[in-house]
Design a protein around this ligand. Structure first.
Ligand code: ADP
Length: 295
């Protein structure tokens, strides 16, 4: 099954054009939708999840026309929004049992089996009797995924799930998504480049409601190779370097600025060639769109 989005546009009543002709084809596996805050990621996720309608465009998932058959899409959809609420005084087990019965699993034994398997899959089995209100951010996110999986989705949408998670929880969470992504379409929206680099086999970068690049992350990174140069500079030199070269990022290493410059040929002048990574692509693409300069 694949998700095919064509020419999707959405302008909110306040005049903000959140999506501007977005077209993407998303196959089974883990797809990373990367973009800065305000890029339109949530607007796209909510539209795919049939929570809001676009002004124009189409969304098809396999045979399902999502905009005209929202109920059919919802039957195969799991959606973990940026913010969701659980009853803090219920245990994880009772919470999942409740959602499983809402999904129409009436047989108690069958429900018990499903809940146990979801708790195991999300590594929450040992905490199943604890009140959800006592859960850490990572545990809540994993419970959110367990809830989303209760309906055996074929399409799982996860909106900015790693914000606020510590590194261990983040890894555990992303690995869980990657496992799920072996069988179904998983869309992970994030502003964190690392999330995409580590686990996604396909990706897109969006900015100001437009797709600026899409494809296999390795191929996208490869396109920059041979065109990326690095130099350690002093803070005093920085303005002149920025004025003379196409600087795509400036970071600090041990307090001193390191600039990454895009150039078809070696700029000389103490620049050394470097291998591109996804962060360079991200900054480069946002810069090319004329929208941001990364510092
Ligand atoms: P992201 O998820 O990438 O941060 P969003 O889709 O939330 O981006 O927002 C894209 C743009 O649309 C932003 O400028 C945001 O302020 C605006 N926006 C989002 N939701 C609404 C809404 N319901 N009404 C008006 N403007 C909105």
């Amino acid at each position: 099954m694949q998700l095919v989005i064509e020419a999707l546009s959405k302008t909110y009543p306040n005049g903000v054009r959140a999506l501007n002709g977005v077209s993407l084809t998303i196959k089974t596996g883990m797809f990373g939708l990367l973009g800065p805050n305000g890029a339109g990621k949530s607007s796209l996720m909510r539209t795919i999840a049939t929570l809001q309608l676009p002004d124009s465009g189409t969304i098809r998932f396999g045979e399902i026309d999502a905009l005209h058959e929202p109920d059919a899409l919802r039957r195969v959809l799991g959606y973990l929004p940026q913010e969701f609420g659980f009853y803090p005084n219920l245990s994880a087990e009772v919470t999942l049992d409740h959602f499983a019965s809402m999904k129409g699993i009436v047989d108690r034994g069958q429900r018990k089996e499903l809940v146990a398997s979801l708790l195991n899959q999300t590594n929450l089995y040992d905490s199943r009797k604890k009140h959800v209100g006592t859960f850490s951010g990572g545990m809540k996110q994993r419970l959110g995924i367990a809830v989303a999986l209760a309906g055996s989705p074929k399409l799982l949408i996860v909106d900015e799930p790693t914000a606020g998670l510590d590194p261990t929880e983040r890894h555990r969470f992303l690995n869980l998504l990657a496992e799920i992504g072996q069988d179904i379409v998983v869309i992970l929206s994030t502003h964190i480049v690392e999330d995409v680099r580590e686990l996604c086999n396909a990706m897109a970068i969006i900015n100001k409601g437009e797709v600026v690049v899409a494809g296999d992350p390795r191929a996208i990174v490869d396109r920059l190779n041979g065109k990326l140069w690095r130099k350690y500079v002093s803070k005093a030199e920085l303005p002149a370097v920025k004025a003379s070269y196409h600087v795509i990022s400036t970071t600090l290493l041990a307090g001193a600025p390191v600039v990454h410059v895009y150039a078809e040929q070696s700029p000389g002048d103490g620049f050394t060639p470097i291998e591109a990574d996804l962060e360079d692509v991200y900054f480069h693409q946002l810069g090319l769109a004329g929208l941001t300069e990364a510092v």
